[in-house]
Design a protein around this ligand. Structure first.
Ligand SMILES: Nc1nc2[nH]cnc2c(=O)[nH]1
Length: 399
């Protein structure tokens, strides 16, 4: 049945598309602050991921999706951990969020805890099993994406198989690359090539490849990404918090890259709020490129249609148009922090002044998932309570 939502004195925008999120890490919010990437992974994130169980993954996902819907995100490209990914898909299915997701793949790494290390065969088999169950679920709202974690945790055999399987099933490959200087030094030492050059050497660089972070690229790697049509996800909040660096997004946009925005995980951000990411994406480039670089219109496009292009869904989402899916948010911008409203660019108002608190109603695939700030598919009090119980259990399991 058709529904009419009242948009009087409201601003309607396309739902945000976050192109890099880890729902499995939402429970780790506040457990891994003030570390650089490799220490953050080895000391905190991998042991916590190894401690996860089916139920904790489910509540981690619900906690993350609740925050995402409340702050206007309607689509995510998500990377789970090694085990229990079906629980995350279950949460995605129940809550109504649009998602490309996949289990993380890790078949090597001397410092990876035993519970996370898998054989190449297990990693591929489990990924394909999940793909067969979840890809195109609910009329395509859910899609599978292969998720080799990063070169340091993936054998060449695994990466080559992922290349072929992604082609066979026509799905995306979502991975981290060139995020941290120590990471790229180790990749170069072990694989004799720079990070993105190596992925290209293996034949992975293509329009189906989505690279999160891509901070430390040389000219050759940028040119590889441009000529192969590789997609990029900018994660300004995470890149600053992990002290990874600042991606040269203005140059990438000038080279016509498809660039999306993502909060990454709550363990390194520590929020999943696209308003934070938009504001940071704009502000961090200005000291180097001047005040007009990354203006509000460029950033809002990146947060919506740009993300849809990265996900390969720009024919369906990312803008409000006849023929596209009903994925949008209604913003109430009648508040102190966004006033006055006279002769103010409405886009600048959203990017520079608005916050998650301005999102009043969120609709995904025509389904109202939040109305007047009330979530319709998630029991908030129950999820908050279960999230605390779950992280307590995981912390008690740490070595
Ligand atoms: N930000 C981030 N970078 C990574 N590189 C490898 N794994 C991860 C992860 O979980 N988060």
């Amino acid at each position: 049945m058709d529904r009419v939502l009242n948009g009087k004195q409201r601003t309607v925008i396309p739902g945000f598309v976050q192109t890099h999120v880890h729902l499995c890490q939402t429970l780790f919010r506040g457990q891994a602050d003030d570390l650089e990437l490799l220490d953050w992974l080895k000391l905190k994130i991998w042991p916590l991921e190894a401690a996860h169980d089916e139920e904790s993954i489910y509540y981690s996902a619900l906690l993350g999706i609740g925050e995402l819907i409340q702050s206007g995100t309607t689509t995510i490209i998500d990377m789970e951990t090694v085990h229990h990914t079906a629980s995350a898909f279950q949460a995605i299915a129940e809550t109504g969020i649009r998602a490309l997701s996949g289990k993380v793949m890790m078949d090597m790494g001397s410092e990876v805890p035993k519970g996370l290390l898998e054989t190449t065969e297990q990693s591929l088999q489990e990924s394909v099993d999940l793909l067969k169950t979840w890809h195109q679920f609910d009329n395509g709202r859910i899609q599978y994406a292969f998720a080799p974690r990063f070169v340091l945790s993936c054998s060449e055999t695994l990466l080559l198989a992922v290349r072929d399987l992604a082609q066979q099933y026509d799905v995306k490959i979502h991975t981290h690359a060139a995020e941290n200087q120590e990471e790229i030094r180790i990749v170069e030492r072990e694989r004799k090539m720079r990070n993105v050059a190596y992925l290209d050497h293996l034949g992975l660089a293509s329009p189906r490849l989505i690279l999160a972070h891509s901070i430390w690229l040389d000219e050759n790697e940028r040119s590889i990404m441009q000529t192969r049509g590789v997609k990029m996800t900018h994660c300004p909040g995470s890149n600053l918090k992990l002290a990874s660096g600042i991606a040269d997004v203005p140059s990438m946009l000038a080279m016509n890259f498809h660039v999306g925005l993502g909060a990454d995980g709550a363990a390194c951000n520590n929020n999943l709020d696209m308003f934070n990411e938009m504001r940071l994406a704009a502000l961090i480039q200005k000291p180097s490129y001047g005040p007009t670089a990354m203006n509000a219109h460029t950033v809002l496009r990146m947060a919506t249609l740009g993300g849809a292009e990265v996900a390969g869904l720009d024919h369906l989402i990312g803008s409000i148009e006849i023929g596209k899916k009903a994925d949008f948010c209604i913003l109430n911008v009648e508040d102190f922090h966004v006033y006055p409203s006279v002769e103010v660019d409405p886009v600048a108002r959203i990017v520079y002044s608005a916050t998650h608190a301005n999102v009043e109603t969120t609709v995904i695939d025509g389904r109202v998932v939040m109305e007047n700030r009330r979530l319709t598919t998630i029991d908030k009090q129950m999820v908050l309570q279960e999230a605390n119980r779950a992280i307590k259990r995981l912390l008690a399991r740490l070595p």
